[in-house]
Design a protein around this ligand. Sequence first.
Ligand code: BJW
Ligand code: ZN
Length: 236
Amino acid sequence: MHAVREWLRDASSIAVLTGAGVSAESGVPTFRGSNGLWKQYRAEDLATPGAFARDPKLVWEWYDWRRSLIAQAKPNPGHYALAKAEARARKFTLITQNVDGLHELAGSRKVLRLHGSIWMLRCLDCQSEREDRRIPLPEIPPRCECGGTLRPGVVWFGEALPAKIWQDAEIAARHSDLFLLIGTSAIVYPAAGLASIAKSSGARVVEINIAESGLSDTIDEFLQGPSGELLPQLIA
Ligand code: BJW
Ligand code: ZN
């Protein structure tokens, strides 16, 4: 903990990758682990274009349920600590896999959302995008004015990440001298690969998680515990 505090203070460029674990203490369920199931489905069963094509109603019910939980959620001390770290740092890039928008609500300014936003809807026919925060949605699946079916504006398995956002994330990881990997199982690529990109470019990599992840062997320092407690201690 002490060493990491010094690394944070001395770093000239910090990149952070967050996952569902940073929002767990805000009451947003993670994808994997004990509370990672909705009904009997895993994220891999629902977060795919194929699942949506087969049963858009089922997939939308999952998103509608998550949207209602996220709408009630507030940023936790971990989100606020990261916003504070950004304000203090020379160079700081927050990269998130989360679609909940809690980093922005906590005051983080530069957020690269790799997997989109749960509040954006996109038409399968005309491709137009809009923000829609209504809960519950009046109709499931929701429809575009053009008559097409709307889908959540997120990135599913097998889909490419938004190109410019991914490019910026890769550059931030490559140029960072300190990389924080927080609250992610680090099994979903290409996001998880950012830690290796940072490491092979010479950055120190620090992981914060309640449990070891797939990448814990490769990092410089593992801080075990809830990010809502550890981050405020690191960024006091
Ligand atoms: C705490 C805590 C507390 C709990 N404090 N910690 C090999 C290489 C490259 C790719 C692949 C590959 N093999 C397979 C692939 C493809 C695939 C993939 O990675 N699959 C793996 C499962 C193997 N990847 C893709 O398909 C990606 N696209 C792609 O590769 O495109 C290629 C392409 C190029 C060009 C054209 C076309 C295609 C896309 C991946 C999209 C992932 N989407 C989802 C859904 C987003 C929308 C939504 O939210 O509904 O993203 S799936 C889901 O997993 C979501 C998350 O962002 C993502 C990661 O999950 P995360 O955040 O790590 O959550 P958990 O639950 O897994 O972990 C929580 C962690 O928190 C745990 O470690 C806990 O211990 C911890 N924790 N409480 C701190 N209080
Ligand atoms: Zn449309």
